[in-house]
Design a protein around this ligand. Structure first.
Ligand code: ATP
Ligand code: MG
Length: 438
């Protein structure tokens, strides 16, 4: 037995064989990729703030009942995609959130957030769904989620869509198209639902197992099926929009007028019903036409969910929101060739006992002026340090040896452009770099 195999007191033996891997479908975002994520996140937060949306943060774990009631029991998410577990201490059934809306509505009700005024809020973070991992589809994925709470619309519905169009522009993305639909109010859906069940019953032979199970529980969801064998039958099904009347129709037309007024092109997709149960009236999706996302092309989706407050035990309220799939956005940004260069301004190379304190002082002086500077750590020859400087992407190497330390100077060497190394008094380095960096 080697020393390593002996467990330390108070610790369990750690298996030494085999390298531990991340859970399937749950990804690491490594430092080379993170700058693009940060570009997306910073841009998104800035655009949301421009429209008056404020940040809200809710737990990643919620009572299972919140999602079962909120999202709907006969949805893919609740039926087969949730990470549900028992709290070992009290036996409570808990679930890793598969989406953010239910948690935000729970928080809104719990803290009486909309009692005196409506709220525009956004949140961001990881969501969890047990799906088959593939490009653009993971088990832990990230969303930016927006909710306008207490607004009857259709003004905020249109505003959210316009806000997303602004976000795509800000990110430099062009090939994302807008699909909208209205799924009306409860009465319209009941009338439509009856017609739909009759249609599905006439076509019972074509229905798959999922569809058959949902036929009476939730026939609307059958329209959302991706089973190719049912597409023709789905295509011929009665359309909900033909059952809308009065206010719901005016709401839908009002939203369309505002989109047109904002110069946005859109397609009305009567088959668009969305994967979660809580929607009413407005539903929309932004779908990427390029970027190799295939069936995972929907980068953002949302709509109105005026009934969810009551479903979760609150007072009747209005609400409209959407979520953006961050991984899919990152894939689009990569496909569009968007590159982010987070390189530091300077990399400080130093050798010798006298050089180290000067290197640290020069680094701090530049950071005082807001620059990013990497001061070499861990020793090594000038040659190996210069390799690191180059690999860092820094624009300048600041070189400090015994001679420079003795004269309190720094040798400034441009790394990205031609130009000689020049000796600069240490105190002048910030000004000199500012001038050279123009
Ligand atoms: P899909 O039809 O692709 O399964 P959805 O209707 O289940 O999507 P929503 O619940 O509306 O998705 O979530 C909003 C967005 O979150 C989606 O448009 C997508 O961009 C992203 N998203 C959803 N599920 C995943 C996942 N498993 N992996 C990565 N992104 C996802
Ligand atoms: Mg899904």
């Amino acid at each position: 037995m080697t020393d390593r195999a002996v467990p330390l007191r108070g610790q369990r033996a750690i298996a030494t064989a085999g390298i531990l891997q991340a859970v399937r479908g749950m990804n690491d975002v490594l430092p080379d990729e993170a700058p693009l994520w940060q570009r997306f996140e910073d841009t998104t937060r800035a655009v949301f703030a421009q429209y008056g949306y404020r940040n809200i943060r809710v737990p990643v774990v919620e009572p299972t009942a919140l999602f079962a009631r909120g999202i709907g029991e006969f949805t893919d998410v609740v039926e087969k995609e949730m990470y549900t577990f028992e709290d070992k201490l009290n036996g409570e059934s808990l679930t890793l959130r598969p989406e953010a809306t239910a948690g935000i509505v729970r928080a809104t009700i719990q803290h009486n957030l909309t009692y005196d005024r409506p709220q525009r809020v956004w949140t961001a973070g990881p969501m969890f769904r047990h799906e088959r991992p593939q490009k653009g589809r993971y088990r832990q994925f990230h969303q930016f989620d927006v909710e306008a709470l207490g607004f009857p619309g259709p003004d905020v519905d249109a505003e959210q869509i316009v806000m997303l169009a602004r976000l795509w522009r800000a990110l430099g993305l062009t090939d994302i198209v807008l699909q909208i639909n209205s799924i009306g109010d409860r009465d319209h859906r009941v009338a439509h639902r009856n017609a739909l069940v009759a249609h599905f019953e006439r076509n019972a032979a074509v229905l798959d197992d999922d569809a058959r199970r949902r036929l009476h529980a939730n026939p609307l969801r059958i329209l959302d099926s991706k089973n190719p064998a049912m597409q023709e039958m789905i295509e011929a099904a009665p359309k909900l929009v033909d059952f809308l009347d009065g206010e719901a129709l005016a709401h839908f037309e009002g939203m369309q007028a505002q989109l047109t007024d904002a110069g946005l092109a859109f397609e009305i997709n009567p088959r668009l019903v969305r994967g979660l149960d809580y929607y009413n009236r407005t539903v929309f999706e932004w779908v990427a036409t390029g970027g190799g996302l295939g069936a995972q092309g929907t980068v953002a989706g949302g709509g109105r969910y005026d009934d969810l407050f009551e479903t979760l035990g609150g007072k009747r309220n209005f609400a409209c929101g959407f979520a953006i799939g961050v991984e899919r956005m990152i894939l689009l940004l990569q496909a569009a060739g968007v590159a982010v260069d987070p390189a530091p301004l300077a990399y400080v190379v130093h050798a010798g006992e006298a050089a180290a304190p000067l290197a640290r002082r020069v680094g701090e002086a530049l950071r005082d002026r807001g620059h990013a500077v990497v001061v070499h750590a861990g020793g090594g020859s000038f040659k190996s340090q210069m390799k690191r400087a180059d690999a860092s992407g820094a624009r300048f190497a600041l070189i400090i040896g015994d001679d420079e330390a003795a004269t309190n100077t720094v040798a400034v060497k441009p790394l990205r452009t031609a130009g000689d190394q020049v000796a600069v008094p240490a105190a002048d380095v910030p000004a000199r770099l500012a001038a050279l960096a123009q």
